[in-house]
Design a protein. Structure first.
Ligand SMILES: Nc1ncnc2c1ncn2[C@@H]1O[C@H](COP(=O)(O)OP(=O)(O)OP(=O)(O)O)[C@@H](O)[C@H]1O
Length: 317
C-alpha cells in the first residue's frame, strides 16, 4: 500500500502540530494543541494519556480528517496529510469515542457500507471474518439497535478494520464497557498487533495503559509532557514514601535532613518521598538516627500510578 513498497519506521509522525479553535459566539478561541512533536513507531502499541480536555481527541480528529489543523505536519505511514489525504485515510482505522451508528442497519450491512466507502473490492471483503473475531458472528444479521452497548463498541472496532489498515486508533475504547468485554476487546487488539498492526489508544485507565502499551505519551494542556517506553515511565514513577513515627515528638525537622524531600505531618510523623531506584530505605533510616531521630515505628507506601499521573499533570498546570 506504500508507494515505495517499504514500511516506514514510524507509523505516525507529528511535527509542530497546532490547533486553535476559533472563537464562536460567547466561546473564546481555544489553543487545543500547542506544537505537538510525536513519533509513533511502526508495530508499537502506543498509549496517549492525558486528563480531560488535554487535546487527545483533537489530535486524533486531525489525523482522521474531522478537524483541520492550524499548523504543523502530519505524516501517516509516510504520507503527508496535506498532499495525500486519501492515502492517510486508508492507512488509518479510527474507532471514535462516541458510538454513532445507524440503528436500521445490521452489523453485516454496516460493514459492507463501510467497505464500499473505502473502495474495498467485493472479493477482498472480510466482513464476516472480522465480525466473528469480535464475537459478533451470531449478531451479524440483527439490527444495530438490538445490540448491547458493548456489542456496539465492538462493531465500531470491526468497522474501523474493514479496509485492513496498518494503523488502528482507538479513542477511549473501553469507557463504559464491562470487565469481560474489555478483556475480549483487548484480546482482539493484541491479536491485530501480533499480526503487525500498529495500535494507538487513549484511555483513562492507567492500569490498562500499563498492561497494553509499550510506549506512552502524556499530553497536558495541548503539549507532550512525557513520551517514553512504559518501563522507563514506570521507573520514573517509582516514588515511594517512608513514614517514620519518632519515639519522642520532635518540634521541627532537623537541619541535617532538610536536603531530603521531607515533611512533618500534624501527628508528628515524618514523611520522606524518595525514588526507590536511587535511595535505600536503610540509608534514610541511618541518616535519621544520625540526626537524633529515634524511630518508634515505620512504614513505606508505594505511590500509585494514578497519584503520579495526577502529580505529573499538575506540575505542568
Ligand atoms: N469544536 C471545538 N470548538 C472549540 N473548542 C473545542 C472544540 N473541541 C474541543 N475543544 C476544546 O479543546 C480542548 C481539547 O479538547 P479535546 O476534546 O481534544 O481533549 P481530550 O484530551 O480529548 O479530552 P477528553 O479526554 O475529555 O476527550 C478542550 O479545552 C476543549 O474544550
Amino acid at each position: 500500500m506504500n508507494s515505495q513498497n517499504t514500511f516506514p519506521d514510524f507509523a505516525i509522525e507529528l511535527t509542530g502540530l497546532q490547533k486553535t479553535y476559533e472563537a464562536k459566539g460567547k466561546m473564546e478561541a481555544k489553543r487545543a494543541l500547542k506544537g505537538i512533536d510525536l513519533k509513533i513507531p511502526r508495530g508499537s502499541i502506543f498509549g496517549l494519556l492525558g486528563p480531560n480536555g488535554a487535546g487527545k481527541s483533537t489530535l486524533i480528529n486531525i489525523m482522521s480528517g474531522l478537524v483541520n489543523k492550524s499548523e504543523g505536519q502530519v505524516k501517516v505511514w509516510d504520507y503527508d496529510l496535506d498532499t495525500n489525504p486519501r492515502e492517510v485515510a486508508s492507512a488509518l482505522g479510527v474507532v471514535p469515542q462516541e458510538v454513532n451508528m445507524d440503528p436500521f442497519f445490521t452489523p453485516r450491512e454496516s460493514m459492507e457500507l463501510m467497505a464500499g466507502f473505502y473502495g474495498v473490492p467485493e472479493k477482498e471483503r472480510r466482513s464476516d471474518e472480522i465480525l466473528e473475531a469480535l464475537g459478533l458472528g451470531d449478531k451479524k444479521d440483527a439490527y444495530v439497535r438490538q445490540l448491547s452497548g458493548g456489542m456496539k463498541r465492538r462493531l465500531m472496532v470491526a468497522k474501523a478494520m474493514v479496509h485492513t489498515p496498518p494503523i488502528l486508533i482507538l479513542d477511549e475504547p473501553t469507557a463504559g464497557v464491562d470487565v469481560e468485554l474489555r478483556r475480549q476487546l483487548w484480546e482482539y487488539v493484541k491479536e491485530l498487533h501480533a499480526k503487525g498492526t500498529t495500535i494507538v489508544l487513549t484511555t483513562h485507565y492507567l492500569e490498562e495503559a500499563q498492561e497494553m502499551c509499550d510506549q506512552i505519551a502524556i499530553i497536558n494542556h495541548g503539549e507532550v509532557i512525557a513520551c517514553e517506553s512504559t518501563d522507563t515511565l514506570l521507573s520514573r514513577m517509582d516514588r515511594k514514601k517512608l513514614i517514620v513515627h519518632p519515639e519522642t515528638a520532635i518540634d521541627e525537622i532537623p537541619e541535617t535532613l532538610k536536603d531530603l524531600d521531607i515533611a512533618m505531618r500534624p501527628d508528628g510523623a515524618l514523611i520522606v518521598s524518595y525514588r526507590a531506584n536511587e535511595t535505600r530505605v536503610m540509608d534514610l533510616l541511618n541518616r535519621m538516627r544520625e540526626s537524633g531521630v529515634r524511630i518508634k515505628d515505620l512504614a513505606t507506601e508505594e505511590a500509585d500510578l494514578e497519584d503520579v499521573f495526577v502529580s505529573m499533570t499538575r506540575e505542568e498546570a
